[in-house]
Design a protein around this ligand. Structure first.
Ligand code: ATP
Length: 430
């Protein structure tokens, strides 16, 4: 128990099956809080803590240290709040994991596929946390599950405005979450599915197809199954998107967090063999304001370019000639049915590639670099369904010289020349 210089330390002795919840103050100037396990065993969202190691949590972190057997921990620094709770749904979450593990065992035995699980619920019920927990538990017993991230507002895998899939090979790092190597990422372009629900459903189907193909050639991936994290929009088209996702992935289990009506609706609308389970949310989940969500999104983009914690990236800034790239927006503004050309439906307009003429209003927009082969009109067809290979941000546009300056993780030239514009902007304050 070596004191951290200049930081007050507080010791907490936790009884078995209780958790210490703490929050670190938000804001640039806020002091980090360190956590150390002194005796016993404990975990943070499914990842085990090592004894006598200091874990550091930055501004805005909201953490729960749970113990099955009892433990004592130290916090160094001044958390905004820190309290011990005896009332947690962890036992129910562990039972859920145990049931999923049974399904994996059975799949192994019968040469079938493992459970495909969709986690749903309104905002701020801890969906992402439950996904992380179930994935970490699965990987700790030797499984290789896949995380499917459909939350376009708060993606845990890539920048906002994307949907993605990631094979999980080791438990989440206590401080940094899952290691994000080689995710499969698709461009959506905005932070809410409602801006283009057709595109959202299309991309969900793309992910489901790729995942199913992988399961056919990779037995471990097939048995591991997947955990799908969804958006908090559970009414109207948001609800329809959940039903679509359940059918595209052919999910076996739906975990509904803290929403009885949604639970009943899904029970009514999904095929009878889908197990729909209602789970309580943890009292520890912290509600996040609009500003807090916006800051998290900004931070995610900053991390993409500049790195995270110990790892610093040095992005590049260079000029791109308008004539060297083709920029598109996916989805034309909807027009009344009566004005549509003969034989065309609204669906077609929502998935249409609309060429964007570069102008000053491009400044600060995030652009996805499509992996689609460069080429003329013919190649346009597959762009919506092609994954992205990276992102750039437009930092300046010179219409006179017909060039734009971009921030890019890699030096020039761009690997591909088809760019997709997002509604999302990023102002580089560094
Ligand atoms: P949304 O869909 O609205 O983005 P969500 O339902 O996925 O949110 P989470 O991101 O899982 O919710 O959780 C919200 C916040 O609460 C996170 O910062 C998470 O670290 C924190 N949190 C979750 N569970 C606990 C807990 N038991 N104790 C303390 N903090 C927690």
């Amino acid at each position: 128990d070596v004191p951290v210089p200049g930081k007050a330390s507080t010791r907490f002795d936790l009884e078995k099956e209780t958790e210490l919840r703490f929050e670190v103050e938000a804001g640039e100037a806020a002091e980090q809080v360190d956590l150390e396990l002194l005796t016993g065993m404990a975990e943070v969202f499914g990842s085990e803590l090592n004894r006598n190691k200091k874990y550091t949590f930055g501004p805005g972190s909201k953490i729960a240290v749970f113990t099955w057997q009892g433990c004592s921990v130290n916090l160094y620094g001044k958390p905004e709040v820190a309290y011990v709770s005896k009332d947690t749904p962890m036992l129910l979450y562990l039972n859920t994991h145990a049931a999923l593990e049974q399904m994996r065992k059975q799949a192994e035995r019968d040469n079938e596929r493992g459970p495909r699980v969709m986690v749903v619920g309104p905002t701020d019920v801890g969906k992402s946390t439950v996904c992380r927990l179930l994935l970490s538990y699965a990987v700790r017993v030797g499984r290789r599950p896949t995380l499917v991230e459909l939350d376009v507002g708060q993606s845990g895998v890539s920048v906002p405005g994307t949907v993605s899939a990631l094979c999980i090979e080791r438990p989440a790092d206590v401080e940094e979450g899952f290691s994000v190597q080689a995710p499969l990422v698709y461009h959506f372009g905005s932070t809410t599915p409602g801006t283009n629900i057709k595109l959202y459903n299309k991309l969900t189907s793309c992910l489901a197809d790729v995942f199913s193909q992988r399961c056919e050639v990779n037995r471990k991936a097939s048995v591991g199954g997947c955990i799908i994290n969804t958006c908090g929009w559970v009414k109207g088209s948001g609800y329809q998107a959940l039903v679509h996702c359940a059918s595209a992935f052919e999910v076996d289990v739906v975990l509904v967090l803290d929403h009885e009506r949604l639970y009943n609706e899904l029970k009514r609308d999904l095929p009878h063999f889908v197990r729909v389970v209602l789970l309580p949310k943890s009292g520890g989940v912290v509600e996040r304001s609009k500003e807090c969500r916006r800051d998290t999104r900004d931070e995610k983009i900053r991390e993409y370019f500049y790195g995270f914690r110990g790892v610093t990236f040095y992005p590049f800034s260079y000029e791109v000639r308008f004539s060297d790239v083709r920029i598109y927006k996916i989805g034309a503004p909807s027009i009344p049915d009566s004005c549509l050309p003969l034989g065309m439906s609204q669906d077609d307009t929502q998935l249409k590639l609309v060429p964007v003429t570069p102008g000053r209003d491009l400044t600060y927009h995030v652009l996805s670099v499509s992996s689609a082969e460069d080429g003329e009109e013919g190649a346009r067809k597959g762009i919506v369904e092609s994954p992205v290979c990276g992102f750039i941000v437009v930092t300046n546009v010179d219409t006179q010289a017909q060039v734009m300056k971009v921030l890019s993780p890699a030096p020039r030239p761009l690997p591909r020349h088809t760019l997709l514009i997002m509604d999302i902007r990023f102002m580089d304050m560094k």
